[in-house]
Design a protein around this ligand. Structure first.
Ligand code: MV4
Length: 452
């Protein structure tokens, strides 16, 4: 096992990783920007190093500074958390070159899945269904248009180097396609330094279903069930739950098999997520693979009883997974991401001092947060201040517990999305489990107009 792990992140995930290290008897190092000096991850770690000014590009994204912090403190491994450098193949390579274990998959696996067109090909090669689309990147507008006509409109143009909704454009006819195609290519080039795009049939109202994967260096790859992440706004997930209300045991077996087959085909090591689209007719397609621990991982932890962050650390140290098959899925789990944002003002960030902080509790309630009374939410990073995770014996009990937990969560000083989330949970279509990736966009004004 490692002696000392450097946590290359901030906020709630840095705390989450420090806790897992503690349980494993591993020492920890926090790195922090000048804006995070007062953060809990700095206080909870055994050692801490300031790595630069507030902007992430000058601190949390600076590879040489993080490597130097590990060397100075004698850390033998680095956990990247999510975001920042978590899916940066060059960072994983630099760790290896410095004799530091990167807690995650190999640089090759990160790079392969980071290219969404290559990831599609890899999945097709092992029989995982993908949305009908071009065999790879396509650069000639006329050839691309001919292809779009052959599969039929609407289509979606996606950047190979994109992902998570960045660099996507939907086209509903030939004229719009030609306009969007050129724009998509130049946007991809300026955003990612790679102008490659590919074209897929656009599914109008799919559900976003993702499978949690764990692999070890001994050849075991398993899935831990799905999460339904269809409740999103501008590609930011707001609510995640498991099991998916759209799932059946037979569909889970088929989709889970496909996810494991895909991960096995690249000898995947560590925690990863296979994102799929589930169409209203029950057909499902691989969309992309995330090679990191995800924000919503606690949903799966509560449903299965498996500590995913401890598994990541064990696997990186060469140990076998502590579970060899999909565990029993226990009841129903929902997660709400609580952001310091004002829904009434277009979800504008609401940074500042949290004056009062009274967290909810009770049976089946978990709160992953770095916030406390007196904490100042900095304006430099994403605005998530807490993840509220609630479990019940079934979906109805989990929903009731979540509404009560949101209503009894007292936060003063910053505006949060908690009251908005409670209203989403009370929407009749959400209650019925009848929603898709377009639900929030469609119902936003109705929900905003509801009284609290
Ligand atoms: C799609 C799609 C429909 N058809 N691809 C969004 C994130 C990125 N992983 C890919 N995404 C999508 N890809 C095809 N062929 C729908 C989404 C999608 C989405 C699209 C528009 C608005 C919100 C969305 C939420 C989830 C997924």
């Amino acid at each position: 096992m490692f002696k000392k792990v450097l946590v290359a992140n901030r906020g709630e995930i840095a705390l989450r990783v420090i806790r897992a290290c503690r349980e494993l008897g591993v020492q920890t190092v926090a790195v922090y920007s000048e804006a995070d000096r007062e953060s809990l991850h700095v206080r909870f770690a055994d050692d801490d190093v300031c790595i630069g000014p507030a902007p992430a590009r000058d601190s949390y994204l600076r590879i040489p500074r993080i490597i130097a912090a590990a060397e100075i403190t004698g850390a033998d491994a680095i956990h990247p958390g999510y975001g920042f450098l978590a899916e940066n193949a060059e960072f994983a390579e630099t760790c290896a070159a410095s004799n530091i274990t990167f807690i995650g998959p190999t640089p090759e696996q990160i790079r392969l899945m980071g290219n969404k067109a290559e990831a599609r090909k890899t999945m097709q090669a092992c029989g995982v269904p993908t949305v009908p689309g071009t065999p790879g990147p396509i650069d000639d507008p006329d050839a691309a248009l001919e292809f779009a006509k052959s599969i039929g409109f609407p289509v979606i143009i996606k950047a190979s180097a994109g992902g998570g909704g960045k660099g996507m454009r939907v086209a509903r006819d030939a004229e719009e396609f030609l306009r969007s195609f050129g724009l998509a290519r130049s946007e991809a080039l300026s955003a990612f330094g790679d102008g490659d795009v590919y074209v897929e049939k656009y599914l109008e109202r799919p559900r976003h279903i993702e499978f949690q994967i764990l692999g070890d260096t001994h050849g075991t790859v398993i899935h831990l069930g799905e999460r339904d992440c269809s409740i999103q706004r501008r590609h930011q997930k707001l609510i995640e739950e498991a099991p998916s209300p759209a799932m059946t045991p037979a569909l889970r077996a088929a989709m889970g098999d496909a996810a494991v087959r895909g991960a096995k085909s690249i000898n995947y090591v560590g925690a990863g997520t296979i994102e799929m689209l589930l169409d209203s007719d029950g057909s499902y397609y691989f969309m992309e693979m995330n090679t990191r621990i995800q924000v919503e991982h606690p949903v799966t932890e509560q449903l299965t009883g498996v500590d995913l962050v401890k598994e990541q650390i064990r696997v990186a140290a060469g140990e076998p997974l502590s579970v060899s098959e999909t565990p029993e899925l226990r009841g129903h789990v929902i997660e709400c991401r609580i952001n310091a944002e004002d829904p009434a003002r277009g979800f504008q960030p609401s940074p500042g001092r949290i004056d009062v902080f009274h967290p909810p509790g009770g049976p089946g309630v978990r709160l992953d947060t770095h916030a406390y009374a007196g904490y100042r939410v900095p304006p430099y990073y994403d605005s998530m201040i807490a993840k509220l995770i609630v479990q019940g014996k079934n979906r109805d009990e989990a929903l009731r517990r979540m509404v009560l937990a949101l209503e009894s969560f007292i936060i003063e000083g910053v505006t949060t999305t908690a009251p908005f989330l409670a209203k989403v949970l009370e929407h009749p279509e959400f209650r019925e489990g009848n929603f898709d990736t377009k639900f929030l966009e469609r119902e936003l004004t109705t929900i905003l107009q509801q009284p609290a």
